[in-house]
Design a binder for this molecule. Structure first.
Ligand SMILES: Cc1ncc(COP(=O)(O)O)c(C=O)c1O
Length: 357
């Protein structure tokens, strides 16, 4: 750590930030990490000022979408310095996405070093309040200039940062979610398990329509039968039916292997909860609700950590979950995870990469 070449910015965007109204992804740190792939290898990489980038009209990524990204967070720690939460998981998942999109793998140790050194340099951008953080957005894309559907020979990796509040304006407050019965995000054999632009492009129309109807997000069903639950736009989904914590499995390759999902499943195991990674039909969820067995529904994701779901709407049938209140398990997971992230609880599981300053 601390070995990456740095060119410091002569100006700072720091004073432009409205710290009382951070929102999500509106403001950016002063620096970015950049590494380029050429002639079969990645360059060492360096940290440079955040600035405009030029692009030719033929930039292949703009046309064909050979691009992947990640999302992770650095938190202000109560014992000084910052904590980056489970960045090793993001390094690995970036390479899973890379494989799916035919992009050359990035060295995981170098990825971690880059995240560390960027957070250290732009530490003044880490917000201090609980729940806020410096979001890191690693991005890799083809930099070739050509028309024609084939892979690029050259790539760029960028890591940028953004001081953020919670992703949802609601914070840890129950969301209204529309179960999509018309649009699908991905199918088996598709790109669903990769964090790639195409999956988010596929969600835009349904998401826009859902927002127009007053919903915060879309819950996606499987792309073949529209029966089984997959995930939410930017979160994995969990159901508590009687005493069972249920979340859709990863083996079909249609959903993202969320870091928060993994974190919650590990904590649930430690709490000796009955945990099932299994397929679940949307009809089972509604039936459980009608029988009074559906205790909680919540999403898990880096952006909001835990998002309780207060209402699900499917084919114009609406169910209200837990009286639109935050459920006890959602609250528990939120409290445990955020206290580890902010250094209030000892990091017994080695989930945190420290940035000392
Ligand atoms: C489609 C999708 N599913 C799930 C997640 C949750 O993943 P994580 O917990 O790693 O943020 C995200 C967010 O990154 C996402 O974009």
């Amino acid at each position: 750590m601390g070995n990456i070449k740095i060119t410091k910015s002569e100006t700072s965007k720091f004073d432009e930030i409205d710290w009382n109204n951070l929102g999500f992804g509106k403001y950016f740190g002063d620096h970015v990490y950049i590494s380029d792939y050429k002639d079969g290898k990645w360059s060492e990489g360096e940290i440079v000022p955040y600035s405009d980038m030029s692009a030719e009209p033929a930039l292949c990524t703009l046309h064909y979408g050979q691009t992947i990204f990640e999302g992770l967070k650095a938190f202000y720690s109560v014992d000084g310095g910052a904590n980056i939460f489970r960045p090793d998981m993001n390094a690995k998942r970036l390479n899973v996405s890379a494989k799916t999109l035919c992009i050359p793998a990035y060295d995981e140790a170098r990825f971690l070093e880059a995240c560390h050194d960027l957070v250290l340099l732009d530490r003044k951008f880490i917000p201090k309040e609980k729940g806020q953080s410096l979001y890191l957005r690693p991005l890799v894309y083809g930099t070739g200039n050509f028309l024609g559907v084939h892979t690029s020979d050259t790539y760029r990796m960028i890591i940028m940062s953004s001081p953020v509040a919670s992703y949802y304006a609601e914070g840890l407050a129950p969301l209204k979610i529309l179960v999509s019965d018309q649009y699908v995000r991905t199918v088996r054999g598709g790109l669903g398990a990769a964090k790639t632009a195409a999956n988010y492009a596929a969600s835009l129309l349904a998401g826009t329509k859902a927002k127009e109807q007053g919903f915060a997000q879309v819950l996606w069903l499987d792309g073949v039968s529209l029966d089984y639950v997959d995930e939410v736009g930017a979160m994995n989904i969990m159901f508590v039916i009687e005493d069972e914590l249920i979340t859709p499995p990863l083996w079909q390759g249609t959903l993202l292997a969320g870091v928060t999902r993994d974190t919650v499943l590990k904590l649930a195991d430690e709490m000796r909860l009955k945990v099932s990674e299994r397929q679940i039909r949307i009809s089972e969820v509604f039936k459980a609700h009608n029988e009074g067995k559906l205790q909680e529904v919540f999403g898990t994701g880096t952006a909001a950590v835990i998002s309780p779901v207060g209402l699900l709407s499917h084919k114009r049938v609406e169910i209200t979950i837990n009286d639109f209140q935050i459920g006890p398990l959602a609250q528990k997971f939120y409290d445990v995870i955020t206290s580890i992230q902010h250094g209030e609880t000892k990091d017994e599981r080695n989930w945190v990469m420290r940035v000392n300053f």
